[in-house]
Design a protein around this ligand. Sequence first.
Ligand SMILES: NC(=O)c1ccc[n+]([C@@H]2O[C@H](COP(=O)([O-])OP(=O)(O)OC[C@H]3O[C@@H](n4cnc5c(N)ncnc54)[C@H](OP(=O)(O)O)[C@@H]3O)[C@@H](O)[C@H]2O)c1
Length: 248
Amino acid sequence: MKIGIIGTGAIGSILARKFSSAGHQVKVTNTRDMATLRDIAADLGAEAARLEDVVKEVEVIIFSIPFNAYKDLPKNLLQDVPQEVIIMDTSNYYPFRDGELSGLEGKTESEYISETLGRPVIKVFNNIMEYTLKHKGKAAGEDGRIAISVAGDNDAHKKIAAELVDQTGFNTVDGGSLAESWRQEPGTPAYCTELNVAELNQALAAAEKGKAPAVWDAIMDKIQHFKTFPSNEELVNINRSAAAGNLK
Ligand SMILES: NC(=O)c1ccc[n+]([C@@H]2O[C@H](COP(=O)([O-])OP(=O)(O)OC[C@H]3O[C@@H](n4cnc5c(N)ncnc54)[C@H](OP(=O)(O)O)[C@@H]3O)[C@@H](O)[C@H]2O)c1
């Protein structure tokens, strides 16, 4: 497929590398000058493109930028992008990083992003940590394969998103509609807890509306008490314990 990726940070760069290795034609962009971007893109096996070009003549566009950066994107960015192009969004809202954002109140994160971009999105790759995405992928059918939640309102787009996730080494579960996608936001049992399909389905069902912000605060508080930033294993344990209500 032809894939445009906006953001070559932790997540965008892993996705670009994995999709180009899988044989897709990948274009990437970030905020750097063209010469720097070209070097980054070449290292990822991708083509460098300016923001306005990364969305042209592709079948999939993946946004992987900080949550508070979407509001500053050009308002007409997706204006000429055909409706059949799948728009995927990996973002999470972290209040400590992203600040207060007007228009987010009462909405799921992905409903806000969808409104900001003026297009429906598929929320995916948000409930997996960088380390997990990079190092813990497995071949389809292998025991202990971790699952990622895919939420959105377009079933055909979700199906292709799930196929792409599979190529990165992970299973998927249906996270429901964009309105339901709060179930995979930070602080929920489904968020970065490295679960298999059955466990992730259970975690999505077990999420309680309104509970996530307090759980997320507890996670942040716990992390701040570590002398050095916790390892992937420690983070998974913290997330699991916090979601289960027994974080010590
Ligand atoms: N890190 C994780 O473990 C993780 C896991 C799941 C989901 N997420 C979410 O996924 C998103 C990306 O996370 P990340 O950790 O990859 O972030 P990151 O490492 O900070 O990278 C962000 C990327 O976005 C680019 N960018 C920012 N504003 C842009 C703009 N206006 N136009 C084009 N590119 C722009 C940055 O460009 P420059 O390189 O030029 O600065 C950078 O390449 C975030 O919303 C995050 O919450 C992160």
